[in-house]
Design a protein around this ligand. Structure first.
Ligand code: AMP
Length: 211
C-alpha cells in the first residue's frame, strides 16, 4: 500500500497514520517530523526549515522533494509507505509522479477550519518520536512522558496566529492536490471532525479494511 494522507493541519493525519502504520505494517514518512528533527539537530536543513515553519509557511518544494525521495529509496519503503504531510503543493505531487512512485490511494481527511483551531491549540507532541497527544482527546500519560519515554511539548507553530496562516496556506496551495489525484480516481474522503475512534472507523471502512 502506497498511501497519501491529505488534509489540513489538525485533521488527524498523524493520529490516523499511527494506527494505519501498525495495521499495514508499513512506515509512515512525515515531512513535518523529519523537518522538526533536523531543526532539533541544528543541521543546515533544520536552520533553513525553521525560517518557514515558524511562520506557518511551506518549506521550498525542491528541499522537501529531495528529503522525501531519499527516504523513499530506503529498503523499509519497498513494500509500501504512508505519506503524512507530503505532497503539499501540485509541484510536489508532480515531482513524486515524475520520480516513478505509483500511489495507490489518497485518503482525504475533511474537517472545518474552526474545529482545526480548537484542536491545534490543545495539541501536544513527543519531542523524540513525534507521537501526537491532545489535552482533551488524548491526554499525556500520567508520568508526563511519551510511551517512548520522550519529552512531550507544544509545537512552536501551534499558536493561533500561525495556525490560521497554515490553514490559509493549506486552502491555497495544498487543497488543489485533491483534484490532481481525483482525476486519477485515487481519492477517498472521510469526515474527520468527530472523535479519533469515529474517524478511525470511517478510515478503516473507506480503505476497505472492514466491511
Ligand atoms: P506538519 O507537521 O505536517 O504540520 O508540518 C509542519 C510544517 O513543516 C509546515 O507548516 C511546513 O512549514 C513544513 N512542511 C511539512 N511538510 C511540508 C511539505 N511537504 N512541503 C513544505 N513544507 C512542509
Amino acid at each position: 500500500m502506497k498511501l497519501i494522507l491529505l488534509g489540513p493541519p489538525g485533521a488527524g493525519k498523524g493520529t490516523q497514520a499511527e494506527v494505519l502504520t501498525k495495521q499495514f505494517g508499513i512506515e509512515t514518512i512525515s515531512t513535518g517530523v523529519m523537518l522538526r528533527a533536523a531543526m532539533r539537530e541544528g543541521t543546515e536543513l533544520g536552520k533553513l526549515a525553521k525560517q518557514y515553519i515558524d511562520e506557518g509557511k511551506l518549506v521550498p518544494d525542491d528541499v522537501v522533494v529531495g528529503i522525501v525521495k531519499d527516504r523513499l529509496s530506503q529498503d523499509d519503503c519497498k513494500n509500501g509507505f504512508i505519506l503524512d504531510g507530503f505532497p503539499r503543493t501540485i509541484a510536489q505531487a508532480e515531482a513524486l509522479t515524475a520520480s516513478g512512485v505509483e500511489i495507490d490511494k489518497v485518503l482525504s481527511l475533511e474537517v472545518d477550519d474552526e474545529v482545526i483551531v480548537e484542536r491545534l491549540t490543545g495539541r501536544r507532541e513527543c519531542k523524540a518520536c513525534g507521537t501526537p497527544y491532545h489535552i482533551k482527546n488524548k491526554p499525556v500519560p500520567a508520568n508526563g512522558k511519551c510511551v517512548c519515554g520522550g519529552e512531550i511539548i507544544q509545537r512552536a507553530d501551534d499558536n493561533e496566529e500561525t495556525i490560521r496562516n497554515r490553514i490559509k496556506v493549506y486552502h491555497e496551495q495544498t487543497e488543489p492536490i485533491k483534484e490532481y489525484y481525483e482525476s486519477q480516481g485515487k481519492v477517498v474522503s472521510v469526515d474527520s471532525s468527530g472523535s479519533v475512534d469515529q474517524t478511525n472507523a470511517a478510515v478503516s471502512k473507506a480503505l476497505g479494511l472492514v466491511k
